[in-house]
Design a protein around this ligand. Structure first.
Ligand code: CTP
Length: 474
């Protein structure tokens, strides 16, 4: 197969000419070639040459008149240049093997074939010649094109060899299967099952990167089912495996919370590409195993799983090396509040209940509602419709109350500073108590969040508590 027509980025011709001058056999290889054949967009491009990749990168950078020198990673023998928002990585062909106990590979110079041998999957070992004698020619020693056609992930060598070289590849196999909606060849999948323990030598950051890519794929449940079946999920995310299974007591069963969670995740994935909303779906019921009780009268209960789940979020984020910033807070908030809109479904729900939820969710109310709707996983179509209609009513109420009271971006009129100035008190507990009482009254609807109503109310509380007003505010 000759693909020269499809190499439309002018950099390929620049590289051909530099490689020819330096007399270096050069190929474009890996993800770019795979994505070209799949008609998928691909950002970064990898080149391999038989000789020094660093030398080639320097020559290309010069030919392109780039001001910035290539970034060189001497230990790995690679060099990278950035050009027009893309990154191009150059490396010398390698014969590489990783020793069992160390993450650092021993590297020797090799041929193109050696280099293709040590790659992770047949579909990632495809190369295209960039030399005068083979420009555009596809070099496919492991039938990667056939595997692309058959939608198959397969290692080029015995799976044990490929996975021992870099155990992260077990996660990558499942990530590519999930992203591309491919199968994993039986022998390759068996290799993963045999080597799951070796994932322990891989850094958490690399594992979590792959996990996030699985979560961001079109049908993330597929990737998670593969993780589960292979035994990798137990290794990298045991809390999720704990959701699996159904217990039956006196003919009463609860649902399998693992498959329920995956359905919620797929439902969220249909309406949002946001990684953190997807994490909220994964974690919304995470404390169900820990809060599960059986009660003779009502059957299975999971009281407080939303609060306990929210408390588990920071621990899980820390262990998975996910960021401990506002994303974590967002996930935690959604886990904590995911049952609240259901409580607002009742006909006679008061404005104050709606106001409280709006106040607690703030900016994230739409995202919370997406999660709640995704949480409806009943197979009974009529029931689903009924629940959705209920949520539509809750949303109407929210819009109504928000229009009236504007609590979503609630900025209290009565601040701590105002209380301290009014009564001449230092920062202390009483200041917090007054502030909370004013806020409660506003959320209850007893008073409005306006100067006219909130300030006299605050003064009344202070006086009741024996404070003396030293400054007139109104
Ligand atoms: N590779 C490998 N083993 C790894 C990582 C990468 O063999 N553990 C090889 C594969 O040939 C891969 C190439 O290096 O195609 C580039 O790796 P990377 O940029 O991580 O992946 P891509 O295949 O480009 O895919 P994506 O950009 O979607 O991650």
């Amino acid at each position: 197969m000759n693909l020269s027509e499809r190499l439309d980025n002018p950099i390929f011709r620049t590289i051909q000419s530099c490689a020819s001058k330096l007399n270096l056999e050069t190929y474009v290889i890996g993800g770019f070639v795979r994505d070209l054949l799949l008609n998928r967009p691909s950002k970064d491009i990898d080149f391999v040459c038989v000789g020094s990749g660093i030398e080639l990168a320097k020559a290309v950078s010069k030919a392109l008149n780039l001001k910035k020198e290539p970034v060189i990673f001497k230990n790995y023998g690679t060099a990278m240049i950035s050009f027009k928002d893309q990154e191009f990585e150059f490396v010398g062909a390698r014969k590489e093997s990783y020793s069992r106990e160390s993450r650092n590979p021993t590297v020797e110079n090799g041929t193109l074939e050696d280099d293709q041998n040590r790659r992770d999957f047949t579909i990632n070992a495809l190369a295209i010649g960039l030399n005068n004698h083979n420009y555009g020619e596809l070099i496919d020693p492991f039938n990667g094109v056939e595997d692309l056609r058959d939608h198959m992930i397969r290692t080029p060598l015995e799976p044990g060899v490929t996975f021992s070289d870099d155990p992260l590849r077990m996660m990558r196999a499942i990530r590519f299967a999930s992203q591309l909606q491919f199968d994993i060849d039986g022998n390759t999948f068996g290799g993963i099952m045999d080597h799951v323990d070796r994932i322990e030598i891989v850094s958490q950051e690399r594992i979590t990167d792959e996990l996030n890519k699985i979560i961001l794929s079109l049908l993330p449940s597929y990737g998670f089912k593969l993780l589960f079946q292979s035994g990798l999920l137990k290794k990298v995310f045991p809390e999720m495996v704990d959701l699996h299974g159904v217990e039956v007591i006196r003919k009463k069963a609860h649902k399998d919370n693992f498959y329920h969670t995956l359905k919620v995740l797929d439902n969220v994935a249909e309406v949002s590409n946001d990684l953190w909303l997807r994490w909220a779906a994964i974690l919304h019921d995470i404390a169900k195993p820990a809060t599960k009780r059986f009660n003779d009268r009502v059957g299975w209960t999971f009281h407080g799983h939303e609060d306990k789940g929210a408390r588990m979020v920071p621990h899980i984020f820390r262990r998975l090396k996910l960021p401990l910033n506002e994303h974590m807070k967002f996930v935690q908030k959604l886990v904590r509040l995911h049952l609240r809109p259901i409580a607002l479904v009742k006909e006679e729900v008061t404005d104050s209940a709606v106001r409280r939820l709006l106040y607690e969710t703030g900016e994230d109310v739409e995202e919370l509602m997406k999660l709640c709707k995704a949480d409806i996983t009943s197979k009974d179509h009529n029931r689903v419709q009924k629940y959705l209609n209920n949520f539509a009513r809750v949303e109407e109420k929210m819009i109504e109350v928000e229009k009236k009271d504007k609590v979503r971006n609630f900025q209290p009129i009565v601040t701590g500073e105002l209380i301290m100035e009014t009564f001449g008190v230092p920062p202390s507990r009483v200041v917090g108590d007054i502030k909370n009482e004013v806020r409660e009254a506003i959320l209850e609807g007893t008073i409005k969040n306006s100067e006219k109503e909130a300030i006299p109310f605050m003064i009344g509380i202070g006086e009741r508590l024996g404070l003396v007003r030293i400054k007139d505010i109104v």
